[in-house]
Design a protein around this ligand. Structure first.
Ligand code: FES
Ligand code: FES
Length: 127
């Protein structure tokens, strides 16, 4: 199966790979795994006092589509409010990357990861 150009681009030049201090109260961390294949994705966001995502980082142990999905999401969420980021759908990711049906769960992983990161941030804030 061939990867799309968009997947290859993100795979070869992943945006925002890295790690933030998970203990920082302004950082939300989402760690999710795909039961289908065992791949693991960590996605982190740094949120400003006004509730805007200032920065995002990811680390993905997984296939090219999972890496591309998380790379794309970190690009998209920068500058978004938490509500906007929570509204992101895996179908938008899959469309943008032209993922084939067997790779849809890779984009689901990225949606789950951003939602988990938002949840973690809100919990830390006591919301
Ligand atoms: Fe695990 Fe995608 S099946 S890398
Ligand atoms: Fe499992 Fe991509 S995350 S094949």
């Amino acid at each position: 199966m061939a990867y799309s150009e968009q997947v290859i681009d993100h795979y070869e030049n992943p945006r925002n790979v890295g790690k933030m201090d998970a203990a920082d109260a302004s950082v939300g961390t989402g760690m999710v795994g795909a039961p289908a294949c065992g791949d693991v994705m960590r996605l982190q966001i740094k949120v400003s006092e006004s509730g805007v995502i200032e920065d995002a980082k990811f680390k993905t142990y997984g296939c090219g589509s999972a890496i591309a999905s998380s790379s794309l999401v970190t690009e998209w969420v920068k500058g978004m409010t938490l509500d906007q980021a929570a509204d992101l759908k895996n179908t938008q990711i899959a469309d943008e990357l032209a993922l084939p049906p067997v790779k849809i769960h890779c984009s689901v992983l990225a949606e789950d990861a951003i939602k988990a990161a938002i949840q973690d941030y809100k919990q830390k804030q006591g919301k």
